[in-house]
Design a protein around this ligand. Structure first.
Ligand SMILES: Cc1cc2nc3c(=O)[nH]c(=O)nc-3n(C[C@H](O)[C@H](O)[C@H](O)COP(=O)(O)O)c2cc1C
Length: 206
């Protein structure tokens, strides 16, 4: 039995491509794996806080420097980290915003990338502590950034996500991309269908 943490980052509701693909995948997953626990976290509609000065004190200062504010700020992060570490697999539904991820998802990443919890600093440098997990990113974008095209270099989303999740130890990463959403009806439909088919297969084989 596994725990699947499913996170949606679009602020849009039913019109959101990434949200719809991600929640449909979660439903399919639950059908194929009824023994698994599927946890939904909707940061698109319920954003997590940004890092603040009390947060930094809570994360980095010694115990005798802590006050009520720093303890409260870091308690939110502790809860998100606990939830993250308790999951075996991650499914992240993420739109492309300005060539990267929405700031809501960056705020989430800032909450869970924590020294001593999700990464360590040892004699050989940094070490990711989140081992043996799998991550699936379901992304949507208006344009397309296919490898080999001139626009590929503008995609800061996928390289960033691979780098930051790899940094904390999550290296088994897959992407399902619904791109071309603003490139005409046909291109959008074809891309979405391709993503839907890939997700149907992954619901059985991932
Ligand atoms: C604020 C904002 C920024 C965007 N930036 C980009 C971008 O840089 N590149 C791109 O291809 N599409 C961009 N888009 C289009 C979205 O990625 C596209 O509409 C996508 O389907 C949004 O995800 P959603 O449908 O899950 O909400 C942007 C949309 C918004 C609202």
């Amino acid at each position: 039995m596994s725990t699947i943490l499913v996170l949606t980052a679009s602020p849009r509701g039913e019109r959101s491509v990434s949200r719809t693909l991600t929640t449909d995948f979660a439903r399919l997953w639950a059908q194929h794996h009824p023994q698994d626990t599927v946890l939904l976290r909707d940061i698109g509609h319920h954003p997590v806080p940004h890092v603040t000065e009390p947060w930094v004190v809570g994360a980095f200062a010694p115990a005798d420097s802590q006050n009520a504010e720093s303890k409260a700020a870091i308690a939110v992060s502790d809860q998100l980290v606990d939830e993250f570490l308790a999951a075996d697999r991650y499914v992240f539904g993420v739109p492309m915003y300005n060539l990267n991820i929405p700031s809501t998802f960056k705020a989430y990443i800032d909450q869970i990338v924590r020294p001593g919890k999700t990464f360590a600093v040892g004699p050989n440098g940094y070490e990711g502590l989140v081992k043996g997990k799998k991550a699936l990113f379901i992304t949507s974008s208006g344009g397309s950034y296919h490898p080999g095209t001139p626009f590929a270099a503008y995609n800061f989303q996928e390289p960033y996500l691979r780098a930051i999740f790899g940094f904390i130890g999550v290296t088994d990463i897959q992407f399902v991309v619904a791109d071309s959403m603003n490139q005409g009806e046909d291109a959008a439909r074809l891309s979405r269908e391709k993503a839907e088919n890939a997700l149907k297969e992954l619901a059985e084989t991932w």
